[in-house]
Ligand binder design. Sequence first.
Ligand code: ATP
Length: 234
Amino acid sequence: MQAEQALSGDTAAGLPLGLLGGTFDPIHFGHLRLAEEAREALGLGELRLMPAGRPPHRGEPGSTPEDRLAMARLAAAGNPALRVDDTEVRAQQKSYTVLTLEQLRAESGPLRPLVLILGADAFEGLPGWHRWKELFALAHIAVANRPGYAPHGRRWPATLSAELAAACRDRHSTDIADLRTTPAGRVIAFDMTPLAISASLIRDLVRDGHSARYLLPDSVLDYIAAHRLYRKGR
Ligand code: ATP
């Protein structure tokens, strides 16, 4: 009976919707595997890639928001489970995740579980984000390991600040099912295939005239070449 109730609750609220935001400058296989493995591991009904228009936590990206959006679209083409969302690129204001999640919550209704997907490095930086404590009321947070940020095989990041650890203490969950039964508020870590790929590595390779092949989709690499992105002296 309980299982039936949980199931009908799931159906009414919809399967969890995952959000993977990033600068995607450029999008690469680390992002795409993160999206794919999160979708499977967390049982997401839909996953949105959200390129940031004007990312507040870093310097000016090496390519325009339109280029980063176009590259994300090329990367997601052919995968019906991935949707590229241009909300942050179109917005006039800075790309604050709390504002994006407020909008997503308004669109999805109060019951649908929302899951903000973060690599371990992004998660560790959470206390620097605008209105970060409000994120927990809007979505669950799922944290993936990333090479260099936690000892291999360890799920929960080892280097959390006291502030972040305290904010997560009563929210930390190890049961994926928790993401379906409540709309927001749990923090869960999951394992993904460790891929030491970063957008900065790719920008450096392209800038120095080296090959970045097999670190990102060929379609994105072709776009970078055609638009002469990340070259010296642009
Ligand atoms: P840069 O090198 O320019 O800082 P990046 O490769 O870290 O970029 P972002 O767009 O800043 O890419 O990352 C978006 C999200 O994807 C973040 O949550 C980040 O932690 C995660 N991410 C990026 N690369 C990986 C990877 N190789 N493995 C796991 N997570 C990743």
